[in-house]
Design a protein around this ligand. Structure first.
Ligand code: 5AD
Ligand code: SF4
Length: 454
């Protein structure tokens, strides 16, 4: 039996897809890159913006044609969109299986069921905001431990979930409704899992959570977890995403200073620089309070690299509000920012209470403008690396061509990241993938540092 998998969305989804792949491999399935030769199509979906859902629907439309030549094709949709739409997605003519993100351990059983009898199969949380039964959570924990592995395309790197869900209810965000309430995973399980990963050659672990700095169990806070993970032999770099800029425990910054393995990188979305919009977004902080956290981080860890997220065109966003976001980018001096156009999500408070009143043309324009402000700062920050040597963990060969072309087959262009998450491109042998390399930086653009292997 051959499976074709498509995965949309964030790091959390990539991790889920990786677990699902490994569980099917163990179940005797094979994977194919050719949808035409697949018996089963798995689609991991994202609901964070409408565009992500549209892409899934268009893929499902394409599956209708494939089904014509292969009537037995099984199509399973899992992840956030499956949880959001439940039956509505199951009623889609091409879909056989709908499976929520909390139910992914059941996917192999559902697929086998669909292969045996052609009945549609569904596994989703009926009441997603109710804390999942401990049995479901421990099944998920075991699934995580059993099937986590080195990332397929990133040798020596692995993602480890430290918490599920979110309780923040930012007014625009669908995550609390599709990933459920915040639950921190037991530290012992996380540690055992990381030890297993390092035994398999992992050097960098990225701890994942929607609001990773709020990690809390009876025994440990997130800072404690960083100390515990740091003790694991074989772990060389520890990264963590994403932080939430409220109730920030300063001991996390202290841990970054104390622990050389913890990377000096913080992804801490602001979403807007306008207090009025932040309030309407239900973010729970003002622009000033946000900046205080960033400044505190920089005071304790002077060379920390900070990345942000912004939404443009949130309901009611005036030119003045928008200008404040641009000002915040200047003040925070982000190394990079991810900028999104507001997309109303059904079921969220912003969608129910506020009109999506910023025209798409203006959203587009603000997106471009904010990117330009950020690009200038990114370039300035990147230029400070020219003439310096940085340590890079190599991802592999670069898929797309960069400023320079590679120096031939023996020395293709390699791409990797520094501890501060800066992207570095340089020529070197492909077998350096998964290795740490010192690179002299010779040139910098807004997105990339270019250099030569030392
Ligand atoms: N519209 C646009 N962007 C959104 N994000 C989350 N929800 C929405 C939405 N409805 C952005 C936020 C978040 C990132 C993952 O996606 O910036 O940090
Ligand atoms: Fe969504 Fe806000 Fe939770 Fe992030 S913190 S996942 S933006 S609700």
């Amino acid at each position: 039996m051959k499976i074709f998998l498509r995965s949309f969305g964030c790091q959390m989804n990539k991790l889920d897809s990786n677990l699902v792949v490994n569980s099917f491999l163990q179940g005797g399935f094979e994977f194919t890159e050719e949808v035409g030769e697949a018996d089963v199509v798995l689609v991991n979906t994202c609901s964070v913006r409408n565009h992500a859902e549209e892409r899934v629907l268009s893929l499902l439309g394409h599956m209708k044609h494939i089904r014509k030549t292969n009537p037995k094709l099984i199509v399973a949709v899992f992840g956030c969109m499956a949880q959001r739409l439940k039956e509505d997605l199951l009623n889609h003519p091409v879909v056989n299986i709908v499976c929520g993100p909390m139910q992914i351990p059941e996917l192999p059983r559902l697929v086998n069921g669909a292969i045996e009898n052609t009945k549609k199969q569904k596994a989703v949380s009926e009441n997603i905001r109710q804390k999942a039964e401990s049995e479901i959570l421990s099944t998920l924990d075991d699934f995580e431990q059993d099937f986590d592995s080195v990332e397929e395309n990133l040798p020596a790197q692995a993602y480890v979930r430290v918490m599920h869900g979110c309780n923040n209810f930012c007014s625009y965000c669908v995550v609390p409704y599709v990933r459920g309430p915040e639950v921190s995973r037991p530290a012992e399980k996380i540690i055992t899992q990381i030890k297993k990963l390092t035994d398999a050659g992992v050097k960098q672990v990225t701890l994942l959570g929607q609001t990773v700095n709020s990690y809390k169990t009876e025994k440990l806070s997130f800072a404690d977890l960083l100390y515990a993970v740091s003790k694991i032999e074989g772990v060389e770099w520890i990264k963590f995403v994403t932080c939430y800029p409220r109730n920030f425990d300063e001991r996390i910054f202290q841990a970054i200073i104390d622990l050389p393995k913890v990377c000096r990188y913080l992804h801490i979305p602001a979403q807007s620089g306008s207090d009025r919009i932040l309030k309407a977004m239900n973010r729970g902080y003002t622009c000033e309070e946000y900046l205080e956290i960033i400044n505190k981080a920089k005071e304790i860890v002077p060379d920390i690299a900070v990345a942000g997220d912004f939404i443009v065109g949130f309901p009611g966003e005036s030119d003045e509000d928008f200008r404040k976001s641009a000002e915040l980018i200047e003040k925070a001096q982000y190394k990079n920012s991810y900028i999104f156009k507001y997309s109303p999500r059904p079921g969220t408070r912003a969608d129910e209470k506020l009109a999506d009143d910023v025209p798409n043309e203006i959203k587009k324009q603000r997106n471009i403008e904010l990117l330009a402000v950020q690009e200038k700062i990114s370039e300035e920050i990147n230029k400070t690396f020219v003439g310096k040597t940085v340590k890079v963990l190599v991802d592999g060969t670069s898929k797309k061509g960069h400023l320079d072309s590679a120096n031939g087959k023996e020395l293709p262009q390699l791409i990797g990241r520094t501890a501060g998450d800066f992207i570095v491109v340089f020529d070197g042998p492909a077998n350096l993938a998964g290795q740490f390399v010192d690179v002299n930086i010779t040139r910098a653009s807004a997105l990339t540092l270019f250099g030569e292997k030392k």
